[in-house]
Write a protein that binds this ligand. Structure first.
Ligand code: BDP
Length: 639
């Protein structure tokens, strides 16, 4: 009973968000039209970058306003051409695509047509047939607009979608940045400016995730929230369905197992589904059948004087619990040790654009490595990736784009308000993923600054109120003065680069410094600790023995030395280790980066460096000790 009351209480909190952002799925009542492929593109290279707005480029075909080029969507635009001014462009770029919309979508008055952008960096304005339909601040997260009435106005021509995207970062965006104007005529051309950022990845821009049109009936399932629990063999799925378009509707909610058998059902908009002989959602390498998903099928029926409406939406549901004690991270009440990676959405040519071959390759590599988890450093990843995690049992620390918050002016009210909005959007999008076990509100902010204490207290408290079912963390570096968020988090996540940024070349300092790091943080906060980043750059093919910085041997030595201390502390309160980084990735140009960051254990093209084999051996050994290997794995023969 207490358990059910708790489920009710937390669900109400999750529902603080009032409009849904369900992933668009086809069903018997919903159609979908992907607009991936070639779009028409033009960068606004006018001195003030504002010509597109001054001359209203959205009013006619983009090709009529000036020279245009082909641009793939989804993809970053930066690496598509040979033009360095486009690679390094700052300002507005314009995308356009004409779409033939099925006649029925237009003539059927009971149909809603929605335009959805998976993500665009960073500020977007969208027009349909020359009329503005929405704008959105921030990359990495989806936004939508209902466009049915606009496409009805012009039934003859194809529907013209124009999206202007601006990658300029300010002190109040996430991540923050500044524009610096260089006014010295002896050094710089007239009107010269640069974008300064305080994070270590290339500031890719463009439309990064699929754009699509989808339909729902006029009365539709707007959102679903699930919170799960279990007791002995019984699973509980507390759910809430929110309906839009009518005051009343009849609902039928059915939970199906993997074989399509109904295991529980209800006719209420909210309630608890009881699942006997529950199959829990388990992480990869913790159970022989990881990533078990039920399907919650919501069937809505409604009627008004004109018509009847029927909507069907199927949500994958994994039943699992997450809890944190002061020394452990528990999934389904069993200790879970994160042996995983930090990633980036980053690859040759497409930059941060969603790319299925890359996604599947990365999952294969993570499984090969024996990784059971990753952190979405340093921003929310595509929903398609989280769906893969749900299905494969890869555990996720879901991070918002609060990276590079280094300037005191980025702790002001406007920044905080935006940061809270972004957390709202992130939780709304990802709340139902069983793979997501923790929220990360920021990476390495300059939290020693005085306003940071209140900023992070507000941010973390807000996030916990949004979702009391998941722990919250923020990622700190090894500087203890930056602990302002630590009193409020559930898990302390620390990044450190001993023998790299501190005492470069001195491998011998790692044991003493890493040991002190753990003892200090645990001593002060008595919270479990994840080593959320550690590593060293290795230029593939560069060798030296004794090891020197930037060689594969040095990267190996750093990993081994960290691992020795992890092995001592994981018996106590260290609950995870995430290598920085899974793969090499592109950064801004600078004197510490040789065509990008080389801390990957895989190259950017996903080939292993020597360090990958060290990690692979370790992760499989850890899995053998702490988890349960699925029957199909052949450890240790697979090493
Ligand atoms: C860490 C940052 C990460 C960087 C890494 C590095 O969190 O984004 O890429 O350092 O310098 O402090 O390699």
């Amino acid at each position: 009973m207490l358990r059910l009351l708790w489920l009710f209480a937390v669900l109400d909190a999750v529902l603080l968000l009032d409009t849904g952002m369900l992933f668009p799925r086809e069903s018997s009542s919903r159609e979908l039209k992907e607009l991936s492929g070639l779009w028409v593109f033009r960068a606004d290279k006018s001195p003030n970058r504002n010509q597109g707005f001054e001359r209203a480029w959205y009013k006619s075909r983009l090709g009529e306003t000036g020279p245009v080029i082909d641009m793939p969507v989804p993809a970053s635009y930066n690496d598509i051409t040979q033009d360095s001014t486009l690679r390094d462009f700052i300002g507005w770029v314009w995308y356009e695509r004409e779409v033939v919309v099925p006649a029925r979508w237009i003539t059927d008055e009971g149909t809603r047509v929605v335009l959805r952008v998976g993500s665009a960096h960073y500020y977007s304005v969208v027009w349909v047939n020359g009329e503005k339909v929405t704008e959105h601040a921030g990359g990495h997260l989806p936004f939508e607009a209902e466009i049915g009435s606009l496409i009805q106005k012009d039934r003859i021509h194809p529907c013209r979608i124009t999206i202007a995207v601006n990658n300029t970062l300010t002190l109040e965006t996430l991540p923050p940045g500044t524009i610096q104007h260089m006014n010295d005529p002896i050094k710089y051309p007239d009107g010269y400016f640069v974008q300064n950022t305080y994070f270590d990845f290339f500031n890719y821009a463009g439309i990064h995730r699929p754009v699509l049109l989808y339909t729902t009936p006029k009365v539709y399932v707007d959102d679903i929230t699930v919170v799960t629990d279990f007791l002995d063999n019984t699973g509980f799925v507390r759910y809430q369905v929110s309906v839009k378009g009518a005051a009343t509707a009849t609902l039928k909610v059915t939970l199906m197992d993997k074989d399509g058998h109904c295991v529980a059902s209800s006719n209420e908009a909210s309630g608890v589904l009881k699942v006997v002989d529950v199959k829990l959602w388990w992480p990869y390498l913790m159970h022989e059948n990881p990533g078990y998903l039920y399907s919650m099928e919501v069937h809505l029926m409604a009627a008004d004087e004109r018509s009847t409406y029927e909507d069907v939406y199927a949500l994958p549901v994994g039943i699992r619990t997450v809890k944190v004690t002061n020394t452990q991270f528990l999934i389904n009440n069993k200790p879970f040790y994160f042996h995983g990676v930090n990633k980036h959405e980053d690859s040759d040519i497409r930059g941060k654009g969603l790319d299925w071959p890359l996604i599947v390759k990365d999952f294969n590599l993570m499984k090969w490595l024996g990784a059971n988890s990753f952190r979405t450093s340093h921003y929310p990843y595509a929903e398609e990736i989280l769906q893969m995690c749900d299905r494969h049992g890869i555990v996720v620390i879901d991070e918002c784009p609060g990276v590079g918050i280094k300037d005191i002016r980025s702790f002001g009210n406007a920044s905080l308000a935006h940061h809270l909005d972004v957390m709202d959007e992130l939780v709304r999008r990802d709340k139902n993923h069983p793979s997501v076990v923790m929220w990360s509100v920021a990476n390495e902010p300059a939290a020693e600054m005085q306003p940071a204490a209140l900023y992070f207290k507000t941010l973390i408290t807000h996030t916990k109120a949004l979702d009391p079912t998941r722990p919250v963390t923020f990622i700190t570096d090894s500087n203890y003065a930056r602990d302002k968020g630590a009193p409020y988090v559930d898990v302390v996540c620390v990044n450190s680069y001993f023998s790299w940024y501190h005492d470069p070349g001195h491998l011998e300092v790692i044991p003493i410094q890493l040991n002190a790091q753990f003892e200090n943080w645990y001593g002060k906060y008595q919270k479990p600790i994840i080593q959320s980043e550690y590593g060293a750059d290795a230029v593939p093919g560069l060798h030296s023995d004794p090891p020197m910085m930037f060689t594969e041997e040095y990267q190996n030595a750093v990993l081994r030395s960290y691992h020795d201390i992890f092995d001592q502390k994981r018996k106590q309160y260290v609950i995870g280790e995430l290598i920085w980084n899974f793969a090499d990735f592109m950064t801004a140009q600078g004197i510490t980066r040789v065509v990008g960051n080389k801390k990957g254990i895989f190259t950017r093209q996903r080939q292993p460096k020597a360090g990958a084999f060290i990690l692979k051996e370790r992760y499989w050994r850890l899995a053998n000790e702490t988890g349960k290997l699925p029957p199909w794995t052949k450890y240790p023969c697979s090493l």
